[in-house]
Design a protein. Sequence first.
Lengths: 314, 553
Amino acid sequence: MSNLQQAMDPVYSLAVSPALHGRPRMCLAGKNSGLFLSDDAAISWTSIYDRLKLDALVPVLAAAFSPDYEGDHSLFTGVAGNAFLSESGGERWRGLALASPLPTISSIIVSPAYAQDGFLLYGTVEDGLFASYDRGMHWQSRNFGLMDLNVLCLAASPDYSNDGTLLVGTETGLFRSKNNARAWREVNLPFDYEPIFSSAFSPFYAADETIFAGTESHGLIVSHDRGKTWAELGSSAPQDVVISLFSLTTPQGGFGLVAVAENQVYYSPDAGAHWQLWNHTATIPQDISAAALLESNQILLGTGSGAIFTLPAD
Amino acid sequence: MEYLLNKPQSDPRHTAYQKQIVFQPDSGRAIFRGVNQVADLIRPTYGPLPHTVVNDRGFLNKDPEILDSGGTIIRRIPKISDPTANLGVMLMREMLKTVQDKAGDGTALAAILCQKVFNEGFRAIAGGVNAMRLRSYLESGLKSIFNDLDRQTQSIEGEEALAALALSICDDPPMARVLGEIFDTIGEYGRLEVRTGSSRNLTHDYYEGMYWDDGLISREMATDPVKMLVELENPAILVSDLEVDQPDELVPFMDKVLRSGATSLLMITRGITGQALVVLNHPQNQARLRVAGIKTIDPIGLAPMQKVEDLALLTGGRPILVGSGDKLSAVKAEDLGHARRVWADKNNFGIIGGKGSPRELRAHINSLRQAYRQASIYDDRLEIQKRIGRLTCGSAALFVGAEARGQIDARKELAERTAEALHVAMIGGTIPGGGSALLACLPALQKWLKRAEEPEERAAARILISALQEPMQVIAASSGYQPGLAVELAQLAGEGHGFDARSQKIVSMRAEGILDPAVVIKTAVQAGISTAALALTTDTLVLANRRYDNTPS
C-alpha cells in the first residue's frame, strides 16, 4: 500500500496519466484532506492542495489528466464550490469561472481529442453539467434534456472527435448526447433500472455500437445498438453496484471490461460474456470508493478509509 | 322537390327559420359538386412539387395569402355561394380539419382519396349497386389496407433521415436541415416552439430550464427592479392553489419555513393580496425570509391542476389545494418542495434542479408520453408536449424568417405542420412515400376482387384499387409526367418503388429517403375512404335558410 493512508479520509477520485516516455505514469488522488500527486505510478504521494490557493480545506471530489498530458501538461480537478485547471503539470492552477450558485464538481471528462477540440465536461452533484470548448476559458451549462441534475458518472465515446457522443448517468437514468453535450436525450432504459452509477463505451464503439452501464439493482447491462435496447449481462456478471467501469483492448484484438464494486474487482476478458475476479488471492477492502486503470494489468484503488493501493490482475 | 317549413312565432322579435329539404337525385349531385370543388381546390397541393392557392383578404384590408396546406385552405372557406353544394363542402371541411388535428398533415391525400372513392362510388350506385352495402364493403377494405401499411412501417431516427422526411413534407431544404437536427436532439416528445425570427434566415436554439408562463405578483419582490427579476438559491417551495390574503395565516407559515432552515421561499398561489401582500413585501420581512410570490392558478379547466401536479412532483412538495380542504395555517415544513434555484420575472418563473423523487418524476414523464401517444386532438398533444418539455429541462425554439414579411406567417405554419408530422413519424414510424406504400396494398385488394361474389363487394374492391393509385398519379401529373405510366413502372419495379418527382425516375423510396409518416397516411386513408363511404349513403339534405320578421323569401 502507498504512504497515503489516514483514518477516515475517504478517497473520492483517482486519475492516471496516459503513458509517458521514459518515466512512470503520474497519478492524482482527490481526498477529504486535499489533492495529492504521484509521479512514480502511485508508489509515493505529495500533497499539492496548497497550490490551489483555497482559504479552507475542502474535499477534492474529481480529478483528471489531459489525454495529451505529455504535450500540454494539463490537469483538472474539482472541489465543492470550485474547479481548477493546471497547464504546468500541477505547479500552478487557475480557478474556473462557473456560474452561481457554485457547483460541487463530482466528475470530469476530458475529450480524447483534447489537443484539437479543447473540450471539457464537468459533472456536479446538484447543478448538472458544465462544458467548455476552449480549454476551460469559458463555460456553459449543458443540461438540456436531463431529467435531474445529480450527475453520477460520465463517459466519452472513444471516437468522440467524429461522433461527439457522450453518456451521463444520473438518478433518473442514462442520457446520451450526440452533439458535444449541447443537448441530451434519455436512453431507452427499462423502468426501475435507474440510477446509473457507471458507464463505459466499447473501445470499438464506432463499429459495434456497444455501451455498458452499471445500475443500482440490476447489475451490469449492455446495449449493442447505441442504447436502443438493453440486456442484463447474466448471472456470472457482478451483481453488486459497480462504481467504476473500464473497457480495454486485449492482445487478441477484442476487448475486456473491468468492473469495480465497493468490495470487489471483476474482470471480463470477452466483452462481458464471462466474468472472473481481477485478483483471486489479494484481500480486497470492503469500502472501495474510487478506481482508475493504471495499466492493462494493474488497477489503482482508493477506499473510504483513505488507503490507496494498486491491485495487479492474476 | 323542396318544402319550406315555418317555425311558429310567439314573439315578433324572433326570426323565422325556413328549411329546405333536398332529395335524390338532387342531393347526390349537390354533394358531388361540393366534394369535387374542395378536392379540386386542394389536390394540386399534394406532393413534393405542390401548387399553391392564393386567398384574397382584401375585405380585411390585408394582403393575399399564399397557401399550400389543405387544412389551412379549407379553414379559409366557411361557406360557398352554392347552398346545396355547401353541405358537400362542409363534409370535406370537417374531414380535413380532423385529419390535420390528428396528424398535422395528410389533408391533400385525404381529399384525393375521398374524391376518387366518392366519384367512383357515385357511378357504381347510379349503375344499380346498393349504397349501404357498398359503404360496408368499402369500410371493411380498410382493414386490409391498414395491414399492409403496418407491414411496411419502420421506425425513423438519425438527423439525416429526419431531415429527409422533413424535406418531403415541407420542400424547404434549409428548414428541413434545421428540423432534422432539432428533432434528432429533442426526440419524439420534445418541445419545439416556432417563433418569428428577426432575420431573413432560419435560426434555432435550445433553452435549458423549466419555466412556466406566470410571473411575479409584485415588483417589490424583485431583487433586480430594472428587469423585475428575482433569483433564489435553495428555496423552499409552496405549490398551491390557495388565495392568500390574511396575515394571520401567512406570518405563522413564514415562521415555520424559517424554522425549517430555509432562507428563501417561492410561493405558487392563486394570488397574494391585501394585507398579506403588504406583510410579504415589508423590507424587514424580506430580509428575514426572501419570498417570491407567483400567481399562477386559473380556477377554470384541467390545466391548472396538471400544472400543480407537475410542480409538486418536480419539487417533491405536496400540492396544497383548496378542494382538499388545505389551509395555509396547516401547511407543514415537510409539505414544501425544494429546488436548487428558482427565478421569476414579470412574465415567467423557472425552476432549476427540482428536488422531487427522480423515480417518480421519470414514471410521471413516461405516463405523459403514453398520454401523448393516445391523444387524438392536436391541441391536447401540444399541451402534453409542453408539460414533457418543462419536466425534461428544456425546449427548442425555431426562429423563422423569410424574404418578404407576408411570407413569414406561411413559413411559420409550414414549420409547425412539418414539426407535428415529424413528431408523429418518430412515434408511429414511416412508410415509403409518394404513394408507393398505397400501391403495395393493391395485391391484397386484387386477391379480394378475385374472390368477391356480390356486385357491391366487387365494386368496393375495384374502387379501392383505383383510389390507391390516384396519389402517385397526382404527383406524376404535377411534375409533367404521364400519370398512368408512373404507376405502371412503379408496380413493375416492385414494392417500395415509386415516382421521384424531382428526378422524374422510378426509385426505391426508402433508399432515397422519400418517406411519409405512417400515422399521417393511415389517418388520411381512414378519413378519406370513410368520409366518401358516408357521403355515398347520404340521401337527403336539410338546408337552413334564415329569414327575419317573417318576410317571405
